[in-house]
Write a protein that binds this ligand. Structure first.
Ligand code: SAM
Length: 292
């Protein structure tokens, strides 16, 4: 989705350029690491005020200071809306932030993370203070409640015999290896691999800058899931507000969350007591989403 990149040495800045010249920039002190993996170009910068910055193919994945604004919004609304989330699948999420938040829920018996690019897991373990200990245990196969599979999430979901209560897609934007994660065919295999009652969530891009992609994904999900919800959340480092799409299988009400379980989490960004505020959208976006 990104148009072009920039590590501007003169300005000491990393700029992610979105369409039509909209940019998100961080002042950086230096580039710590850069590598071309089998799937993408991976870079890590040290920013002036937001800790380290992870960049994949010129797009900002996270900054250490404030990454919870994304991971809390992606994980906790679905985990708290599901009455008993025990088996969880995370697709992508190689930095470990999503799995870290998933494992904060005591109901979780087993979580599986399927990340296509081993390089992201290793670089995140070596350079980022996001989920270092968890990634180390995963790499060594020592994490009791979670396992890491290096592979394509599309293929994994098509082939697995496992069933899940919650499926979380923490992917890059819908280009390259992540393209099929936004297809109707993939939504169908996700629906099939959810238990009788289950929730599916995916990040779905910038509300203002990728409205068309959001609407396409919403419509494709509507063909598959029993109900589909959209919400948005301000995320540090992205062209916010950022959108999320939730697909429901069975009789789960995504407009309500378990506040007793929420209290134990002591969240910083997502406010379960104001869960309804997630559903605010610019009026034109709501109208487009509701059009047939
Ligand atoms: N929060 C980030 C964002 O939205 O910008 C996403 C973070 S996470 C690092 C995204 C991960 O998805 C990447 O590590 C990428 O390798 C992985 N990914 C992309 N396509 C995938 C696929 N088909 N199967 C599994 N992982 C995939």
């Amino acid at each position: 989705m990104v148009v072009s990149m920039g590590f501007n040495e003169m300005e000491g800045a990393f700029i992610e350029w979105y369409p039509r010249g909209y940019g998100v920039a961080f002042k950086v002190k230096r580039r710590l690491f850069a590598i071309q993996t089998d799937y993408q170009r991976l870079e890590i910068y040290e920013t002036e005020g937001f800790g380290k910055l992870l960049v994949l193919d010129d797009t900002v994945q996270l900054v250490e200071v404030g990454e919870e604004s994304y991971h809390e919004a992606l994980v906790h609304p679905v985990m708290l809306a599901h009455p008993n989330p025990r088996r969880i699948l995370v697709i992508g999420g190689g930095d470990g932030g999503t799995l870290r938040e998933v494992l904060r829920h005591e109901t979780v018996e087993k979580a599986t993370m399927v990340e296509i690019d081993e390089g992201v897991v290793e670089a995140s373990y070596l350079y980022l203070d996001v989920a270092k200990d968890l990634l180390e245990r995963l790499i060594k196969g020592e994490e009791k409640r979670a396992e890491l599979i290096i592979g394509d999430g599309v293929k994994y979901l098509r082939e697995t015999d496992e069933r899940f209560d919650v499926i979380i897609v923490d992917s890059t934007d819908p280009v390259g290896p992540a393209k099929l994660l936004f297809s109707e065919e993939f939504y169908r295999s996700a629906y099939e691999k959810l238990n009788e009652r289950g929730l599916y969530i995916t990040q779905a891009g910038s509300v203002y800058l990728f409205t068309n992609e959001l609407i396409d994904a919403y419509r494709a999900m509507k063909k598959v899931f029993d109900r589909v919800y959209y919400f948005s959340f301000p995320v540090i480092g992205y062209a916010s507000p950022w959108s999320f799409l939730v697909g429901v299988k069975g009789d789960i009400d995504f407009t309500k969350v378990d506040l007793e379980r929420a209290k134990k989490l002591d969240l910083y960004y997502y406010d379960p007591e104001r869960h309804e505020t997630l559903f605010q959208m610019p009026r034109y976006v709501r109208q487009l989403l509701e059009e047939r």
